[in-house]
Design a protein around this ligand. Structure first.
Ligand code: ASP
Ligand code: MG
Length: 439
């Protein structure tokens, strides 16, 4: 048997799904008649937020009715198969109202309706434009995940056979599968989502499983920029990133990419291309490590909380860092980053975890002379890229002096600052480390 031609996987984000004409143009430009193409779609713009609003006010029937009406309006001309998803949505909302809350698995079931509606709607729109599209729901396809609702990870090896068989079957019939992003089916058999922006991750997972060489992520933003353009109007596009750099960028808050997106691509050695429909000629390519070329970027992660532990004679007390992080992980509290000195340990945590972290850490230090401080609201500003450490001295003293913590490696510098100066710190680092270095 001859090996199948590797398909091209292209993911359309919420805002780009709004425009079927442009999607058709992009699919034609990709040579849809000559090569197999798989589309991954996220929910239409604003739909996931509407679903979230239902979860946040589980008893507010009036709000639910408004949200459902708004969701229905975003999917005009749904085919009957898609109408089923609206009915299911109404039933799920009813059960949430009756229970007065949704457990994490029920919440994920509700959230997945946005993508189910989107693929039904998009497949119909493409069909009307003579693209033989078939809507595919990832959980039914056999995309398996662990049981961490709201932040699930795909079990790629266990998904491979079913996903390949299902999608290759459709491709062999000349169809264009339009697959839901954002979720799969947990080992327990429920819907499990990957967290906000998770359709990027769906696309690279599917690309890796199908042996694609490239996965294209179509975004609203113009490629990956050196900083958030809302904070730094002079931010510039970044033409190439290594997997490691892209991962660091995603981890440290560049909202353009879901943090898990890069891993499947690296594993399969496929390239990720990030571009927008408005400017299809500008793109960022993420691939194997390249030669240093001065790529740099600055990211902001906010709001976060900082808890500080002063350990008198800290160096003489071995294992404080290990004890503290073990304790936190036992309680499901994730450490975003940490700063240490000989007598002080600063832990940066997600918002809403600071107080609990203090409570679970307190007993650890009760016997020794230690002092806990916080939680303090902070933002984490990170500069990533070749040789940033060499330019540490060009960061203005006014910013450094106000840092609640600082860590540096040859390729990244992170500062925790009070939230109100987060934006100013991003601009200062961008000026010092990106704009001033012309390589
Ligand atoms: N619709 C989901 C979200 O908004 C997933 C995605 O957009 O990738 O988070
Ligand atoms: Mg979305």
């Amino acid at each position: 048997m001859s090996r199948p031609i590797p398909p091209y996987v292209v993911k359309f984000g919420g805002a780009s799904v709004d425009d079927p004409e442009r999607i058709v143009a992009r699919l034609r430009a990709l040579g849809i008649r000559r090569r197999p193409v798989v589309v991954v779609a996220s929910a239409r713009a604003g739909v996931t937020d509407l679903l979230k609003s239902i979860l946040e006010s589980p008893r507010d029937r009036a709000l639910h009715l408004r949200a459902m009406a708004a969701i229905a309006r975003r999917h005009p001309g749904l085919p009957p198969s898609g109408g089923r998803h609206l009915e299911r949505l109404a039933r799920l909302v009813r059960s949430i109202e009756e229970l007065g809350a949704a457990d994490p698995a029920l919440a994920d079931r509700l959230l997945s309706q946005g993508e189910r509606l989107a693929v039904a709607w998009l497949a119909a729109r493409l069909g009307a434009r003579e693209i033989p599209a078939t809507a595919v729901e990832a959980d039914r396809l056999g995309l398996l995940t662990d049981d961490h609702y709201g932040r699930a990870t795909v079990l790629i090896d266990r998904s491979r056979a079913a996903v390949r068989a299902g999608l290759r079957g459709l491709l062999a019939e000349g169809r264009v599968p339009i697959v839901t992003g954002y979720f799969g089916r947990s080992l327990e058999g429920h819907v499990a989502t990957f967290g906000r922006g998770g359709s990027d991750y769906s696309a690279t997972v599917i690309g890796a499983i199908l042996g694609a060489r490239r996965v294209e992520l179509i975004k609203h933003e113009v490629s990956v920029l050196s900083a958030d353009p809302r904070l730094v109007p002079r931010a510039r596009p970044i033409p190439r990133l290594s997997y490691e750099e892209a991962e660091e960028l995603a981890q440290f808050g560049a909202k353009v990419l879901h943090p898990l997106t890069v891993e499947p691509a690296r594993m399969a050695g496929l390239e990720i291309v990030v571009r927008s429909l408005e400017h299809p000629d500008v793109a960022t390519v993420i691939g194997p490590p390249r030669r240093p070329d001065g790529m740099r970027a600055v990211t902001l992660l906010s709001p976060l909380r900082l808890v500080r532990i002063h350990v008198t004679g800290g160096r003489r007390r071995p294992g404080v860092v290990a004890d503290a992080s073990e304790r936190l992980s036992e309680h499901g509290i994730n450490i975003v980053t940490l700063f240490t000195s000989s007598t002080c340990l600063s832990l940066v945590l997600e918002r809403g975890r600071g107080r609990r972290a203090r409570e679970v850490l307190e007993p650890l230090f009760r016997s020794g002379p230690a002092k806990l401080e916080g939680p303090l609201p902070v933002s984490l500003v990170t500069a990533i890229g070749d040789g940033v450490l060499d330019d540490l001295s060009s960061i203005p003293a006014s910013i450094l002096a106000r840092a609640e913590g600082l860590s540096a490696t040859p390729r990244s510098i992170s500062l925790a600052v009070a939230i109100p100066i987060g934006g100013a710190a991003v601009r200062a680092l961008h000026r010092a480390l990106v704009e001033r270095t012309r390589r």
